[in-house]
Design a protein around this ligand. Structure first.
Ligand SMILES: O=C(O)CCC(=O)C(=O)O
Ligand SMILES: [Fe+2]
Length: 350
């Protein structure tokens, strides 16, 4: 009995020591980042390590460090411009408690149709098995063929999707920026852009296609917006989320990497594992520091567009966006929020 208590105390103490030294290294790197704008690789890894060691608490603490005053505009035009005070309160409550929110507002049929047309005619990268067995994105881009899919996921290149006016409208939607700052409690940064098709593929590439439970930790704190551009039911790849896990998880599943459904179910129970189904046009906000995945498809297809705002650009060094592709309305928004959209830059030729 005494030996057990002693061992537990010793292991807790070890964890605290480890967490302290990792925090110190991250803080040093943060100071370098403030000068150079680049996060040293060791910190990208260390943040994940610390997140697991402290069962998610580290990020809340660090995110206080990077907090800046929020924008104070009178209005924030866009998809959510009519959201009432109560609507915003609902959104914040759900985000803080459950970790995700399904909006009543949706994208119009016409808007979705235009995006689908674009995605059906634009080549994308596919997951392929290399000679050494590893599954990676192809160099060559392919247009989706629903009859003969060659991959569970067709991922578009940022440079390709940026030229779509609909994509630009969603990136520079000020109402989305406003909800992001309210949730993140700081003036946010536009950080990530993604769009991909998902298809049934017999389980091959499930992990690489983000179809196994995992947490994201690209930055300290961030919010992702998912836009369903096809009808999504239980068989056609709903986004799945384990409620409350953005605030920590039971010890058994407090680890990095992909995890099996059964492991999660054993630890939290099935009721907390939510499948988010919805018609095309559905918009969802998610704190993907919580456990989540896209469900493997058994039928149909799913087209998803995604954006992400972060509290700071400290963390994974994702590529900048090509400012030259942005049309006038987007440029006006950039000039209103230059810091938030600082990743839009004139690209130097390679
Ligand atoms: O496909 C999905 O629903 C989940 C994708 C995912 O893991 C992510 O965007 O972080
Ligand atoms: Fe993810």
């Amino acid at each position: 009995m005494i030996a057990r208590i002693y061992n537990k105390a010793r292991s807790e103490l070890q964890k605290i020591r480890q967490a302290t030294s990792i925090s110190r290294a991250i803080y040093q790197d943060y100071k370098k980042f403030k000068k150079l704008g680049i996060t040293p690789d060791r910190s990208v890894f260390a943040m994940r390590q610390l997140f697991v060691l402290t069962n998610s608490r580290s990020n809340e603490i660090f995110s206080r460090l990077v907090r800046k005053p929020q924008y104070q505009h009178k209005s924030y035009p866009g998809v959510f411009q009519d959201l009432s005070k109560e609507g915003i309160a609902d959104f914040l409550k759900a985000m803080h408690s459950k970790g995700f929110y399904i909006f009543k507002q949706t994208l119009s049929d016409q808007f979705v149709e235009d995006m689908v047309r674009f995605a059906s005619t634009t080549p994308a990268r596919v997951l392929e098995q290399r000679d050494d067995g590893e599954i990676v994105y192809s160099k060559e881009k392919k247009i989706i063929d629903f009859q003969n899919p060659v991959s569970p996921r067709y991922q578009f290149e940022n440079d390709d999707i940026l030229s779509s006016p609909e994509v630009q409208a969603l990136i520079f939607d000020e109402s989305i920026l406003n909800l992001s700052q309210l949730y993140l409690n700081t003036a946010p940064y536009f950080d990530v852009l993604a769009m991909w098709w998902s298809l049934p593929f017999g389980g091959v590439g499930k992990s690489e296609a983000a179809q196994m439970y995992h947490f994201d930790l690209d930055k300290m704190k961030f919010i992702k917006f998912f836009f369903y551009l096809s009808d999504v039911d239980s068989q056609s790849g709903p986004h799945c989320y384990v409620t409350h896990t953005h605030h920590g998880v039971p010890a058994d599943i407090c680890k990095d990497g992909r995890q099996e459904d059964e492991e999660i179910e054993r630890a939290v129970g099935k009721e907390r594992m939510v499948e988010i189904c919805g018609k095309k046009g559905t918009i969802i906000a998610v704190d993907t520091r919580g456990l989540h995945k896209g469900k493997e498809l058994t039928k149909g297809y799913r087209l998803l567009f995604q954006t992400m705002f972060s509290d700071s650009l400290f963390g994974a060094n994702y590529p900048d966006f090509d400012l030259q592709k942005i049309a006038q309305p987007g440029r006006e928004v950039i000039s209103k929020y230059p810091e938030a959209f600082k990743k839009f830059k004139i690209k130097r030729p390679d």
